[in-house]
Design a protein around this ligand. Sequence first.
Ligand code: KG4
Ligand code: ZN
Length: 343
Amino acid sequence: MTDNKDVYILAIESSCDETAAAVVKNGREVLSNVISSQIALHTLYGGVVPEIASRKHIEKINQVIDQALKEADVTFDTIDAIAVTYGPGLVGALLVGVSSAKALAFGLKKPLIGVHHIEGHISANFIENKELEPPFICLVVSGGHSHLVKVKDYGEYEILGRTRDDAAGEAFDKVARAIGLGYPGGPKIDKVSREGNPDAIHFPRAKVGESEYDFSFSGLKSAVLNYLNSCQMKGEEINQADVAASFQKAVVDVLVDHSISAVKKYGFDKFAIAGGVASNSHLREAMEKACAENKIDFYHPSPIYCTDNAAMIGVAAYYEYIKGVRHGYDLNAVPNLRLGERI
Ligand code: KG4
Ligand code: ZN
């Protein structure tokens, strides 16, 4: 490869309940982004069923890859490297993507690049914000993770805070289930909250010991459940929209508070959000306002790049590719892979 040749990466993502493939050119241009969502299937069970997720991935993966190449109008010949999420996530689900990527890399004799799922979420910010470069602070909030991260450079991270218990998205999903909204809870709470009063019920904003930037959402979830129980015992009807809006405000207040104080303390002027919960409209509005008040440039991906997708994996892989990172044919799924850890 010559220095000035364009780099095309075929990326695969299957860590949870979306089977996804994308073609990304030079790390910032998404030529295709195909997502086959299993949400409707898992909704029947009120959450993701790991074995069903794996089985659905194996059924869909080749069609999704084929579609990604077609939509990008390229063939395998154009592709310079195959990228895949290898952790964290559901092991059976990850294995489908990893096996596919390994088979392709082996058969086509192309380099293989394993990508950390959270690194993918952070990198989603590079797609539409062409001017964004590290360093910056990023809040990653998804169904499985809540991390406040210092992005020191491409692929170099320092975790400033993380959840001690439930992830933010998990709290949305559990509270939604408790108030009868069903799965996935995040988008449903987001929507119904528009009709509710966020100050109707005061739910606690958790403080976590001495660690300034850690989060805890299980106490908030219990407070919502206790409130629902006590209403039921008193025979009072609950106002679903008020509960949703008040819960959402409690989550958003903590996320905004921690994020802005970290950006200020570490002297940054750029802040980004990522992950499924980053598509929450109230969170985006509140962050936008807080950043404007504190003269911080605020970045966020479009909702389609917030929830799981393969384009973000292709972006992260590009920066690994140009550094010369390559994985061997012994690449495995690592369900608990830590951010910044290289295996
Ligand atoms: O990033 P993601 O697609 O998967 C993981 O890596 O976990 O995030 C999924 C999570 C779910 O918990 C879902 O309820 C939440 O993101 N979510 C939202 C919204 N859209 C998705 N949470 C709050 N508001 C939303 N609009
Ligand atoms: Zn995710």
